[in-house]
Design a protein around this ligand. Structure first.
Ligand code: ADP
Ligand code: F6P
Length: 324
């Protein structure tokens, strides 16, 4: 056990994700089980610099495992990107007796954690983002809930799309990554899936596909468009003009980020949060928790940030074959 770890701070940073609360709860209760004190740093690095720091006890995290969002709040903070901001953050940690921080967030938040570690604070990152775009891990907290939320919404759009015999373009989140789009594409049986990683912007081919499907008797044509491709509204206008088929665009937006986390997100978040504290107590710092090939592991933050991840081409080919 690492005697140098006495007070653990925990923060959520970047876009919120369902399951972040479960991760915070796991950090708090695991740390307490080790005999440590725990402090909640509110509003990510922004709250750190503003010293918005609260004491957390086992009871402070009661009744949050089932709640979406993050009860610690989250933020993006430009000041923390500067050397000055990072030094100030580390000093504030020391002032509050915080020797270690668990950072729950995405790649950007891990960059911040790395800087905090360079200024002498032990840090461990926990992957929390609906986008699934962290290369070192096969799973990120929030993805399962977001996909299920989007899937249910797309089912509803599909109902009305069929009734009106329309084409529907539904835009899902994911920043520059197409994981949510690909998963929904398969789960919703979409006719087309446009992914930033793979879409060749051949709109004529898309239009030909819509016309061919209509001739075959398909009553709707669902296109799942990833945020990274974007432009759903203008695309809908062009498709309607070219095909003569009424076309509507629906941008699902932030509803995908909220809601009660699924069992998978609660469990993954709980295990990853506990793992982060175990790692600190085992003397580790500057590491990211990951779920890789069916196991919970950890990587050096720099190594993790340098990794590349690709969409599974087999999964994409299956989506295409099934969309007939
Ligand atoms: P995510 O963690 O979801 O990828 P962001 O990329 O918005 O979200 O990053 C969240 C926050 O992490 C930023 O607002 C900033 O405070 C901090 N951060 C991001 N990049 C860096 C960096 N290079 N150095 C220090 N802090 C960073
Ligand atoms: O990273 C999560 C995410 O929801 C992305 O999918 C999206 O691009 C972005 O955050 C939206 O950010 P904001 O909440 O600032 O609009």
């Amino acid at each position: 056990m690492n005697d140098g770890v006495k007070t653990i701070g925990v923060l959520t940073s970047g876009g919120d994700a369902p399951g972040m609360n479960a991760a915070v709860r796991a950090v708090v209760r695991t740390a307490i089980a080790y005999g440590c004190q725990v402090k909640g740093i509110q509003k990510g690095y922004s709250g750190l610099l503003e010293e918005e720091i609260i004491d957390l006890y086992a009871g402070s995290v009661s009744d949050i495992i089932n709640r979406g969002g993050t009860f610690l709040y989250t933020a993006r903070c430009e000041e923390f990107r500067t050397e000055e901001g990072q030094r100030k953050g580390a000093e504030i940690c020391r002032k509050h007796g915080i020797d270690s921080v668990v950072v729950i967030g995405g790649d950007g938040s891990f960059q911040g954690a790395r800087k905090l570690a360079a200024h002498g604070i032990n840090t461990i990152g926990v992957p929390g983002t609906i986008d699934l775009d962290i290369a070192c891990t096969d799973y990120t907290i929030g993805f399962d809930t977001a996909v299920n939320t989007a899937m249910e919404a797309i089912d509803k759009v599909r109902d009305t799309s069929t009734s009106h015999e329309r084409c529907s373009i539904i835009e899902v989140m994911g920043r520059n990554a197409g994981y949510i789009a690909l998963w929904c594409g398969i789960a919703n049986g979409a006719e087309d899936i446009l992914l930033p990683e793979l879409y060749n912007y051949d709109e004529e081919a898309l239009i030909d596909h819509i016309i061919a499907n209509r001739r075959r008797g398909k009553k709707h044509h669902i296109i799942i468009n990833a945020e990274g491709v974007g432009h759903s509204t203008s695309m809908a206008k062009r498709i309607e003009a070219a095909t003569g088929i009424e076309t509507r665009a629906t941008i699902l937006g932030h509803l995908q980020r909220g809601g009660s986390p699924t069992a998978k997100d609660r469990v993954m978040a709980s295990v990853m949060g506990a793992y982060a504290v175990d790692a600190l107590m085992g003397g580790k710092s500057n590491r990211v928790v990951a779920y890789k090939d069916g196991k919970y592991v950890d990587y050096d933050i720099e190594e993790a940030l340098a990794m590349q991840k690709e969409l599974d081409p087999f999964q994409y080919s299956v989506a295409k074959i099934l969309a007939r």
